[in-house]
Ligand binder design. Structure first.
Ligand SMILES: [Zn+2]
Length: 155
């Protein structure tokens, strides 16, 4: 599996925190939980598949090709989960803005979550962590720090 770096996030550890932030929207919290359950099932399939491959080959370790294939599936599962998570966050932000909610802090939290997922997506796009002075993955020609890294959720 891919090495984790400081830009990567552990969905498991942060789920509860995000569920709290969605406490005003039980339907969104439910959708997030469903997406997370699906993510867990996908990861389980990957583990099952790895075990089956080892069993069938009689080897203790997966071949580099098998490992790479599984890492790819792992990334796909993660990206699929984050895509759903982002949709849910956007929906929550929209609703909060509609309600002219005075809870500015909560809105800020949701926007921070959004930026976190956006950074993950940017990283996936280029295949490695995007540093501030790197060209922006969106292809604007600007530096990352002057472009998508500081882009707020625009609604
Ligand atoms: Zn950009």
């Amino acid at each position: 599996m891919k090495n984790e770096d400081s830009n990567s996030v552990n969905a498991n550890g942060e789920l509860n925190e995000l569920m709290d932030k969605l406490s005003n929207y039980p339907d969104l919290a439910k959708r997030l939980l469903d997406a997370y359950t699906e993510y867990g099932e996908n990861l389980q399939h990957i583990v099952d598949r790895a075990n089956k491959q080892k069993e069938e080959s009689g080897r203790e370790e997966l071949s580099p090709e098998e490992s790479e294939e599984l890492a790819k599936l792992d990334d796909e599962a993660k990206l699929s989960f984050y895509t759903k998570e982002k949709e849910i966050l956007v929906e929550a932000v929209l609703r909060q803005q509609e309600e002219h909610d005075s809870k500015g802090e909560q809105l800020k939290n949701l926007k921070t979550e959004y930026r976190r997922i956006k950074m993950f997506e940017d990283r996936e796009k280029v295949g490695h962590k995007v540093y501030p002075n790197d060209p922006c993955p969106c292809g604007s020609g600007k530096k990352y720090k002057k472009c998508c890294a500081k882009k707020e959720l625009e609604i």
